[in-house]
Design a protein around this ligand. Structure first.
Ligand SMILES: [Zn+2]
Length: 256
């Protein structure tokens, strides 16, 4: 079986690549194409998939309609496939869209850690980047309803990490147990997930360590944002924090 490298994991900055097609098959959306050096990240872990074009030798670009893992490959769905296995294609991702997703993904890690540091034990019930990558949402359950003062404290804590940035690096551990031993209080794992074997860890230097397979901004300098508290379901102890990136700091909660 031909090999496929998932390039997006090791080189998240790479958004254009020329590579060989290793397999083509039909798909309800048209055709599915597997490319040897794959830069297209499928949706997963609360992060929408990459967007962009696949360009064949003839030059015209076909929009990426979807992407999914199946039978050992990550497939890219196109309306038609003018290529056959062995041919070269050029994949051009929407780099600005990926950049926004990466910032929001790091923002999610920051928001969960800041909330946990402030409140203590919380249950994360949802963490996702919206389809347009315009905002991210973290929904949590706590033992009592949170107050405005809690939201101000959480916002201040996130903002502090943005304005005094820490590095975000990717490491691996032999297992969740090993990661727990190595990183102690910095390690957290949502009870929504059960992980076996080696784990990929997203480490915010000296602040947070969390198993995650997504693409992240390489520092906590995610840029200006606005934080909003939203209701989340009928449970009064459940709340949602929405993070909206802004071009400049327009407002923040609490006094300066
Ligand atoms: Zn992540």
């Amino acid at each position: 079986m031909p090999e496929q490298n998932q390039v997006f994991n090791a080189q998240p900055n790479l958004t254009t690549i020329v590579s060989r097609v290793v397999a083509v098959r039909t798909h309800p959306l048209g055709m599915a194409v597997a490319i040897a050096d794959n830069v297209v990240r499928p949706a997963g872990g609360g992060e929408p998939r990459d967007r962009g074009l696949v360009r064949c030798a003839a030059g015209h670009g076909l929009e990426i309609l979807g992407a999914d893992k199946c039978d050992g490959f990550t497939w890219v769905f196109l309306e038609t496939s003018p290529v056959t296995p062995g041919e070269l294609v050029r994949v051009e991702l929407d780099s600005e869209y990926r950049c926004r997703r990466r910032r929001l993904h790091t923002a999610i890690h920051l928001a969960i850690r800041a909330t946990k540091n402030h409140l203590g034990e919380i249950q994360v019930v949802d963490a996702r980047i919206e389809e347009d990558a315009g905002s991210a949402l973290v929904a949590c359950r706590y033992s009592i309803p949170i107050s405005d003062a809690d939201v101000v404290a959480i916002d201040r804590s996130i903002r502090s990490e943005v304005l005094n940035p820490r590095l975000v690096t990717i490491l691996t551990a032999k297992s969740v147990e090993c990661a727990k031993k190595s990183y102690r209080d910095l390690f957290r794992l949502s009870e929504r997930y059960t992980l076996k074997g080696r784990v990929r860890l997203v480490c915010i230097e000296g602040y947070d360590v969390n198993p995650c397979s997504g693409l992240h901004h390489p520092s906590t300098d995610i840029g200006p944002y606005e934080l909003k508290l939203e209701s989340s379901g009928d449970d009064p102890n459940q709340f949602a924090i929405r993070i909206l990136p802004k071009k400049v700091w327009t407002s923040w909660l609490g006094e300066l």
